[in-house]
Design a protein around this ligand. Structure first.
Ligand SMILES: Nc1ncnc2c1ncn2[C@@H]1O[C@H](COP(=O)(O)OP(=O)(O)OP(=O)(O)O)[C@@H](O)[C@H]1O
Ligand SMILES: [Mg+2]
Length: 350
């Protein structure tokens, strides 16, 4: 485990093994549908490099840092590999600062330009080790299709076996698949009007999205903000509408909490979707959904908003997820009621 100190993210980058990263980067960039891809040439896939080449690159990246943000030694290589292709393709003009560095992902504030027509962008880079940890949990993975770097479902048996055996190649496949799931969910949610940052592009182990915050301060997590009573009530309702919208689209966030909601000038944005699950595919979805609802209700309770999380979760689930009735529910149906009879035949014929 990394030692905690005030420059923790730099330690994590310094610990990082360049070979681990090089194996993971597949700089195939996918643009959001209504963002015109910049005209510069697509970077070619690079073959695996020797340790000597890596050492040369580390030194070169340290020396050549075209950005305002001055990264530590290994972080510079990491940034160059992950955000460099976007920069070279003209998506952004500069990296201004690190918004948040961590052992799973780091987020940078980028200076936008006319390609994206926005003052800033947020660039989220995943570290490969994230995919060996927590969220790679079997509970979330259950029923999930493997996606390739084009967002297509992988049917290749060899890849499936590699994932099961957790070979290095299998890990790369999983890594790509997780980011693909996050990006596709973001596209779907944004298009449906959910309160999330607009996704701009996906490539390798990085996602470009709308930056939330001001010129020098990024939006804080809701968990760190003190809300007025009115704001708390509004944001609670907003959180529930987002949970409901997600469920209506067949999605459950899976890590919904005040830590994954950004707050800026009275509004909220949900972030952080790699562990998203689909009730249609994942048999743990109900449990994960209940946990999301309970967690958010508990947070708002600390802000003075009372609720009944179990009743809310039950109500939403039954509204959107069609499940067969249980034995006792079937027994309680009235055979003289046409509606109940229809429900009965509907269930026994499933
Ligand atoms: N679009 C954005 N605009 C501004 N800041 C952002 C944006 N996305 C993420 N951040 C910042 O980066 C942090 C981490 O992002 P995110 O929650 O997506 O990653 P994570 O892997 O869960 O990291 P952590 O475990 O540190 O929460 C957020 O708490 C927030 O401070
Ligand atoms: Mg998070």
């Amino acid at each position: 485990m990394p030692k905690p100190n005030k420059d923790q993210h730099l330690d994590w980058f310094d610990e990082f093994d360049p070979q681990e990263k090089l194996a993971d980067v597949t700089p195939r960039i996918r643009h959001a549908p209504n963002v015109r891809p910049p005209r510069k040439r697509h970077p070619q896939h690079k073959p695996k490099k020797s340790p000597a080449q890596v050492a040369v690159e580390v030194a070169a990246a340290e020396e050549h840092q075209p950005y305002t943000y001055k990264a530590s030694r290994h972080e510079a290589v990491w940034i160059d590999e992950s955000l460099g292709p976007f920069h070279r393709m003209g998506y952004f003009d500069d990296i201004l600062r690190i918004v948040k560095g961590g052992k799973e992902a780091s987020v940078y504030q980028l200076k936008g330009n006319e390609t994206t027509r926005t003052a800033y962008l947020a660039g989220k880079i995943y570290r490969p080790r994230m995919f060996r940890q927590l969220r790679n949990d079997v509970m979330y993975r259950q029923g999930r299709a493997l996606l390739d770097s084009g967002g297509e479902v992988i049917h290749d048996e060899r890849m499936g076996r590699a994932v099961q055996k957790k070979t290095e190649f299998g890990r790369q496949v999983m890594h790509t698949s997780w980011i693909e799931h996050e990006y596709m969910a973001m596209q779907k949610l944004y298009a449906a009007g959910a309160d999330i940052p607009r996704p701009y592009a996906l490539g390798g182990n990085a996602i470009l999205m709308e930056y939330i915050g001001g010129d020098v301060i990024a939006a804080p997590a809701l968990s760190t903000v003190s809300l007025t009573a009115g704001e708390a009530r509004d944001l609670f309702q907003r959180s529930l509408s987002n949970i409901e919208l997600m469920l209506s689209l067949g999605l459950v966030h899976g890590d919904f909490s005040a830590y994954n909601i950004l707050y800026w000038e009275g509004r909220m944005w949900l972030i952080d979707f790699p562990q998203i699950v689909r009730p249609g595919d994942n048999r743990n979805a109900r449990e994960i959904f209940d946990r999301d609802v309970v967690r958010i209700c508990q947070y708002f309770e600390t802000q003075g908003v009372d609720s009944n999380p179990q009743a809310l979760a039950d109500g939403l689930w039954h509204k959107y997820i069609r499940e067969g009735l249980g034995k006792s529910e079937l027994a309680a149906l009235d055979p003289d009621s046409p509606a109940d009879r229809a429900l009965f035949y509907d269930n026994v014929n499933d």
